[in-house]
Every structure is written in C-alpha cells, then in structure tokens.
Design a protein around this ligand. Structure first.
Ligand SMILES: Nc1ncnc2c1ncn2[C@@H]1O[C@H](COP(=O)(O)OP(=O)(O)O)[C@@H](O)[C@H]1O
Ligand SMILES: N[C@@H](CCC(=O)OP(=O)(O)O)C(=O)O
Length: 381
C-alpha cells in the first residue's frame, strides 16, 4: 500500500460503482460469475466492518436478452421497459449473491430530481443513512423506468459521485471495463496509462472518448465524476472490476484522483453539481465583475434581462449580457417580479415598494461560480 492510497484502504464508508460492461454479457444477460466475483470482494470489505454503498449500472443491459433485443435500444420507451425487466433481475441476483455471506441488500432507485431538489435530496440521504445504520448494503441505480429525457442523469458515474457526497463517503471506486484512465481511447494505438491525477492541469491534452458496447458515458462522465468527488474532498480510484480487491486494499492499480483539501459546504456542492438552472439572469459588466471577481451578492441594479419561468428559491443561471453562464444561484424572487426590479437600486426599491424589496436577487452565500458548476447535461443515449 502506498502513500495516499491508504485513504482507500482505511475508508470506513466507501461508494463503489460498477458499469454495465462489468456486470452483463454481450448477449444482454446478467453475468452471474462476474457479479459473484465482485460480490466476493464487496462482502469481504463489509464483513471486515466497513460500510459500502454500491452503485450498480446494468439494468438496461440486463433487460436486453429477456426482451429479445440484441443492442441497446435508442428510444426511451424501450430503454425504460428494458430497465424495468433488468433491474429486477439484477437485484434478485445481488440479493442471493450477498446472502452467501449472510448480508442483506436494499434497493435505492434515484432520479435526477432526488439530487436536485433539496427536500428530495435530504430524503434520499436519510434513507441511505438508515439502511447503513441497519447494517444493510444499499444498491443504488438511477430509476430508469420513470426517468425521462428531460430530466435524467443517463450515466451512473456522476450519480455515484453525488451519492459519495450525500453519504459523506471517505472514498469512491469507479469500476469499468478499462483498467485505468489513458491519455487517449485505449482501443486506439499510442494511448498511455495515467497512474494519478493531482489537479485539473494533469488532465490537459487527454482525449476522453465515448463508451464501450453497453456503457453510456465513456471516460467523459468518469472524469467528471472524479472532479465532483475530489472537489468534495473524496479521493477516487478508477480501474476495472477485476482489480476491485486490489483497489479497495489501497494497492497502486488504476488511476488515483487525489482529493481536494477544501470540503465545500453541502449547500454549494449541491448547487454546483446537482441542480439545473430553471432560468437565466443577464447581467451588465459591472454586475458580472461584482459577482465573479469581488464575490458580491447579485443586486437588481445590475440585471438587464430575465429568461425562463422560475419561482423564488429555484436555481438559476447567472449570465453575461451575451448569455455566457458565469455562475448559478438560488434566486430570491419569482421570474415575473424581476422586470419591475431590474436596474433599480435596493434603496429605491425599499422606498417605493416596501422594505421586503431591499433583499438581493441572489445572496452571495447562495452563489457558485462557473468553474464549480457542472451542468446536468441531458443524455438520451
Ligand atoms: N482516455 C480514455 N481512457 C480510458 N478509457 C477510455 C478513454 N477514452 C474512452 N475510453 C473508453 O471508455 C470505456 C468505458 O466507458 P463505459 O463504456 O461508459 O464504461 P462503463 O460501462 O464501465 O461505465 C472504455 O471501454 C474505453 O474504451
Ligand atoms: N442506469 C443505467 C446505467 C447507465 C450507466 O451509467 O451505465 P454505465 O456507463 O455502464 O455505468 C442502467 O442501469 O442501465
């Protein structure tokens, strides 16, 4: 075991995510042998007294064979149907596989909304913590049967990173069909293995390709997930399922993403990575400078435009006059109220409309800057 890798070996609470390619066969059925092998590793860790939250993909891939499909369907309805069939089979398999060790599992299906809306977020957090407190091993997946194109993670990598933050995990292990991050798609010649990533600059020049046969996000979403988790103070190991035991033991396999030292507040992390802007506020250059460089609250005087339908408390994107997003924040007014306030000083508003109009459009504590924001891009593949 070397250096920082001890953080993974010692981690009391760990999130492990496995991709579809590691759990299913090319014919669209569950790969029982590989599932049992992975369960052997997770069960050993669990029985040694550590807590595990397992994020398992594979619902859609495992539903293909039973539905007579030979490839991942393109249309959402058939993906939903395949997930409905495959998820049940997956959980049945995990239940019996963990039972070999006397361990019980609990299914947790989440939607992007569960991460985005504060009340839902707390609800998911409570459920996961209670399962762990009861000694149950939670198995998480996106609720693909009801997820729509408009609001969907589509990949479990970022979901796993958000879950790691949600349960305040000590480490995150991402298991794929590739043994590490490479400088380019390892299916192409010339790609070199990367053993560690200390800071974003280490990723400069790396070509992140698309997914394999049944996966969805490819390396892009894994690196994004690593960025979210390390930004929340959680170290990440990315490797293949065959190296799971070694990764959990802190051996130098795969790619190790060092955790950042700064642990942002749950509120900021949630705002940056688990919300989508429900509308946009356009700012004049002075207001952009105040918000971005001087870290000030956003006042009505600097707003020159408002777009979209939102209500007070919603997350909105904060943009330059040209529409470039610079920050995201929780707005204090409904969209319909803002045109009346735009360009006015808070003092004038308080005098003319009443003291309740003296408040900021977005308070500085409710603002995160763009470099901290990951848009939950719609993924329909
Ligand atoms: N720079 C890269 N380094 C490593 N793998 C890469 C890279 N670019 C693309 N890939 C591909 O990403 C695939 C893993 O992504 P994906 O298929 O979504 O996996 P999973 O099902 O495990 O989530 C690998 O099979 C690999 O071929
Ligand atoms: N929630 C989907 C998995 C989506 C996904 O991220 O897949 P993968 O890239 O294989 O981890 C399913 O269970 O089929």
């Amino acid at each position: 075991m070397t250096g920082e890798r001890t953080a993974v070996a010692k981690a009391h609470r760990i999130v492990v995510k496995a991709g579809s390619s590691s759990l299913t066969t090319p014919t669209g059925t569950i790969d029982a042998d590989r599932i049992d092998a992975l369960v052997d590793v997770l069960a050993a860790r669990r029985t040694a007294g550590h807590e595990i939250v397992f994020v398992s993909s594979g619902a859609i891939a495992a539903g293909l064979g039973p539905l007579g499909l030979t490839a991942r369907p393109r249309d959402l309805a058939t993906q939903q149907a395949a997930a409905g069939v495959g998820q049940g089979l997956l959980i049945a398999r995990y239940t019996s596989s963990f039972a070999r060790y006397g361990l019980r599992v609990g299914q947790v299906l989440l939607t992007a909304d569960d991460m985005m809306r504060r009340a839902h977020h707390r609800n998911a957090q409570r459920a996961l913590n209670q399962l762990l407190a009861l000694g149950i091993l939670p198995i998480v997946n996106e609720n693909d049967t009801v997820a729509t194109d408009e609001i969907r993670f589509g990949d479990n990598d970022r979901l796993a990173a958000l879950v790691a933050h949600l349960v305040r995990a000590d480490a995150l292990v991402l298991l794929s069909d590739v043994d590490a991050l490479y400088t380019g798609d390892p299916r192409l010649p010339g790609a070199a293995r990367i053993t560690e990533v200390r800071e974003p600059a280490d990723l400069a020049g790396i070509r992140l390709g698309g997914s394999g046969r049944v996966g969805t996000g490819g390396m892009v979403t894994k690196v994004e997930a690593a960025r979210i988790a390390t930004g929340a103070g959680v170290p990440v190991v990315l490797t293949n399922a065959a190296s799971a035991a070694a990764a959990l033991a802190g051996e130098p396999v795969g790619t190790y993403f060092h955790a950042g030292t700064h642990r942002p507040s749950t509120r900021h992390l949630w705002l940056a990575h688990a919300t989508t802007g429900q509308g946009r506020l356009l700012l004049d250059p002075g207001a952009v400078d105040a918000v971005v460089r001087r870290r000030k609250s956003l006042l009505p005087a600097g707003i020159i435009g408002v777009e979209g339908e939102f209500v007070a408390g919603d997350p909105v994107d904060v943009c330059t006059a040209g529409g470039g997003v610079v920050a995201r924040g929780l707005v204090n007014y409904d969209a319909g109220e803002i045109p009346e306030l735009m360009g006015r000083s808070t003092r004038w508003l308080a005098r003319e409309l009443g003291p309740e109009y003296e408040r900021e459009i977005i308070h500085r504590d409710d603002l995160v800057l763009l470099d901290q924001v990951d848009t939950l891009v719609r993924r329909s593949s």
